[in-house]
Write a protein that binds this ligand. Structure first.
Ligand code: NI
Length: 215
């Protein structure tokens, strides 16, 4: 995501993702890498990309410390409820209902979502999560969201029906769906998913891998 001229990567999972085999991680640019939780399909390529680009990792204290042990010492540790103003905008860490073990079995602390406020808008990146009433707090503490990035694949996270409710809870009409179609268990019907949102007057964006889109 390009926000205020800075490139933010979220939970990069490219190597090992059968749908992204055409993407060369060495070609990627990043100024910041935001990691919502410790699972390997979210932390997977962060170390290589951060080393290549000098990008700063923003995540829980425990995940930032885990990366520091592997040589990434410029990370920015945060925790749920905390907000910090970066040069692209402010990041607030919000609750996510999921799990968060790191790939080597280390403790990855609580999973998180991020609300990013920048000049001209705000984005909610929920991370992997179930639907939770905590989402209702988000419109109380930030400007009108420009975009909500929500998992929709079901099985490991919210499915489409719960994501529609989540978009109501956070008061956002523009949703970017993530966390679907990989691993067999989370394959889904794209048209049905879009219809579930359009039936409520909302737009579900489903991007192809490698695509660029402006919101
Ligand atoms: Ni996960």
């Amino acid at each position: 995501m390009n926000i205020s001229g800075k490139v933010l990567l979220f939970d990069p999972f490219i190597t090992g993702n059968e749908l992204a085999s055409h993407i060369d991680i060495h070609s990627l640019r990043a100024d910041y890498i935001l990691i919502s939780h410790g699972h390997s399909d979210h932390t997977g390529d962060a170390l290589t990309i951060a080393k290549n680009t000098g990008a700063k990792i923003i995540s829980s204290y425990e995940i930032v410390t885990w990366f520091a042990k592997q040589g990434l010492t410029n990370g920015h540790p945060m925790n749920t409820g905390g907000r910090f103003a970066f040069d692209f905008g402010a990041v607030k860490c919000v609750n996510a209902v999921h799990s968060s073990q790191l790939p080597d079995g280390s403790y990855g602390a609580n999973p998180m979502g991020f609300v990013i406020e920048y000049a001209g808008g705000a984005v909610y990146y929920s991370g992997d999560t179930a639907l939770t009433m905590d989402m209702k707090l988000i419109p109380m503490m930030c400007p009108q969201l420009t975009l909500a990035v929500l998992p929709i694949g079901d099985n490991f996270t919210m499915g489409v029906a719960d994501a529609v409710l989540a978009s109501d809870f956070v008061d956002c009409y523009n949703v970017l769906g993530v966390h679907y179609d990989t691993f067999g268990w989370i394959k889904m019907d794209h048209d049905k998913a879009k219809q579930a949102f359009s039936g409520k007057g909302k737009t579900l964006h489903l991007m192809t891998i490698g695509e660029t889109r402006e919101f």
